[in-house]
Design a protein around this ligand. Structure first.
Ligand code: G6P
Ligand code: MN
Length: 436
C-alpha cells in the first residue's frame, strides 16, 4: 500500500485525537506521517502531547510533526484535513451570545451567529487555501470548516478547480442515532438527501437487506417512540428531543435537525441561557479536559492510559480519503455546486447531495424528482441570504451584509438585523473584512 501523509489544519481542536486514531486504525490507509498544523502554538503543543501519548501507547509507527509554519505544514502531504475555526471558541461564544441578547437564534452555524462566523471563516479559509496553492497544489483538501455552504460558495467562486471536498458529518450522525435507536444497520442504507448544509431533507432511505424504503417507518417511530439519546451529551440529547417535534409537525420527510433553528426559532431561543451557551459548555468540558489530560501525561511518565481518545467524529473524513486514494467510489453526502443535481433549484447554489467519491474527487448524484415547494421556498431564501453575505465579503459591502442579515429566516425585521450586524462588526474587528 502507498504511504500517505496527512496534515490536520486546526489541529488544536479537541476532535484531533479521534481523527488521528481513525486514520491510524484505518485498514485501507498506510499513514507514514501526520502533521499537526495550527496557528495557536499553545493549543497545538497540548495536542502534540496527547497525540504523542496515543501513538506510543498504540505502538503506531508513524512520524509526527507539529508546526505553526504553513510551508512545513502543507508541503509534500497527500491530504489536508481542514477543521480550522477562525477566532476560536472565544468568538463562537460571541456568535451565540450577541444574537441571543436581541432575542434571536444564537448558534454556531445557523442564523446570524453563523453569518458572523462565516465572515471570519471566509477570510481565514481563503488565506489558508492561498497558502496551500502556493506550497502544495496537489494535495486534496478535505474541508469541514464551517459554515459549510458559505465556504463552498467561496470555493465555487474563487477556487473552482482546486482539489477541495466539502463534507459535514451531520447526516451520518442523524443516520447513526436513528439506526441505533430502532435497530437498523446503517451500512445497508442508500439514502437520498437534498439540501444546503445543515438545511436539508431525506427523500428516501432504501434498506438493501429489508429491500424497501424505510423512511416512512422511521418517521413513525421517531414520532411515536422518540430517539434513544442514552450516552449523548445533554445539549445533543435536548436537540434530539426537540427533533421529535420537528418531525411531528412535518412528517412527510425526514429533516436535518438544524432546521429546528429556522422553523422553531422561538422555542430554540427559549431553551438557551444567554449567559451560558454551547461555547461555555465546550470551554468547561472538552477544552478543560484537554488541559487536564496534558497535565496528567506530563506529571506521570509511566501513565498507562488517558481518558481522552475523542469520538468517531473523524471516521467519515478518513473514509473519504480512503475512497479517493483507492478510487472506491463510495457514497457520501457532500456539498457541491448544484448544476442540476437538484433539478428545480438554481444552478449556482451550493447544495448537499449524495456523491460518489473516487480518484477524481466527488461526483454528485442527480435527484430524479423535483423537490417540494415548501423545501424549495425555504432553500431559495436561504441560498439568497447566504449569497448576499458572500457578495458582502468579496465586495466589502455593508449594504449587502444588511440585506443578507435581513433575509435570514431567523430574523423578523430589518431593524433588529441592523442592530445585530452593527454589534457583530464591532466585536469581530479585524476578523471581518471592512464593510462600507
Ligand atoms: C455537528 C455538525 C458540525 C458542528 C458540530 C457542533 O457535528 O455537523 O458542523 O460543528 O456538530 O458540535 P459541538 O459539540 O461543537 O456543539
Ligand atoms: Mn456540519
Amino acid at each position: 500500500m502507498d504511504k500517505v501523509k496527512v496534515t490536520i489544519a486546526g489541529s488544536g481542536s479537541g476532535y484531533t485525537p479521534g481523527i488521528i486514531l481513525s486514520l491510524l486504525n484505518h485498514k485501507e490507509l498506510d499513514v507514514s506521517e501526520i502533521r499537526l498544523y495550527d496557528i495557536d502554538k499553545e493549543k497545538n503543543s497540548d495536542m502534540e502531547t496527547i497525540i504523542k501519548f496515543l501513538i506510543k501507547k498504540g505502538d503506531y509507527g508513524v512520524k509526527l510533526v507539529r508546526t505553526e509554519d504553513p510551508k512545513e505544514g502543507f508541503e509534500g502531504v497527500d491530504f489536508i484535513f481542514s477543521q480550522i475555526r477562525v477566532g476560536g471558541i472565544k468568538m463562537r461564544e460571541l456568535d451565540e451570545k450577541i444574537p441571543l441578547k436581541h432575542g434571536l437564534v444564537g448558534q454556531e452555524t445557523c442564523g446570524l451567529g453563523g453569518f458572523a462566523y462565516a465572515m471570519r471563516s471566509m477570510k481565514g479559509f481563503s488565506e489558508m487555501v492561498d497558502l496551500i496553492q502556493k506550497f502544495n497544489k496537489e494535495a486534496w483538501i478535505l474541508n469541514y470548516t464551517n459554515p459549510e455552504t458559505i465556504i463552498s460558495e467561496v470555493v465555487r467562486r474563487k477556487y473552482p478547480d482546486a482539489k477541495i471536498i466539502n463534507a459535514c458529518d451531520m447526516t451520518i450522525a442523524i443516520e447513526e442515532i436513528i439506526a441505533q435507536s430502532f435497530g437498523y444497520n446503517r451500512q445497508d442504507w442508500i439514502p437520498i438527501y437534498y439540501g444546503l448544509n445543515h438545511f436539508g431533507w431525506y427523500e428516501s432511505i432504501y434498506d438493501k437487506s429489508l429491500k424497501k424504503d424505510v423512511m416512512p417507518e422511521i418517521i413513525d417511530k421517531i414520532i411515536n417512540e422518540g430517539l434513544n439519546t442514552e450516552g449523548e451529551d445533554p445539549s445533543w440529547a435536548s436537540t434530539w428531543k426537540s427533533y421529535q417535534s420537528l418531525i411531528k409537525t412535518f412528517p412527510d420527510r425526514l429533516a436535518n435537525n438544524y432546521l429546528l433553528y429556522y422553523l422553531f426559532s422561538e422555542q430554540m431561543v427559549a431553551k438557551e441561557d444567554p449567559n451560558y451557551t454551547r461555547a461555555n459548555q465546550i470551554m468547561d468540558g472538552r477544552i478543560t479536559k484537554i488541559k487536564e489530560t496534558v497535565r496528567e501525561i506530563k506529571e506521570d511518565p509511566n501513565l498507562e492510559s488517558i481518558d481522552y481518545e475523542g469520538n468517531n467524529h473523524g471516521q467519515y473524513i478518513v473514509d473519504i480519503a480512503a475512497s479517493i486514494l483507492h478510487d472506491k467510489n463510495d457514497r457520501f453526502m457532500l456539498i457541491k455546486p448544484n448544476k442540476g443535481a437538484i433539478p428545480n433549484l438554481r444552478n449556482d447554489a451550493s447544495v448537499e447531495v449524495p456523491c460518489y467519491v473516487g480518484a477524481n474527487g466527488a461526483e454528485p448524484i442527480s435527484l430524479r424528482n423535483d423537490i417540494p415547494d415548501f423545501h424549495k421556498g425555504l432553500m431559495e431564501a436561504q441560498v439568497a441570504s447566504e449569497k448576499l453575505l458572500v457578495d458582502a465579503f468579496f465586495e466589502n459591502s455593508y449594504y449587502k451584509a444588511l440585506q443578507a442579515f435581513t433575509l435570514n429566516q431567523t430574523v423578523p425585521n430589518a431593524v433588529v438585523a441592523k442592530k445585530v450586524l452593527d454589534e457583530l462588526i464591532e466585536s469581530n474587528g479585524d476578523y471581518w473584512p471592512e464593510l462600507h
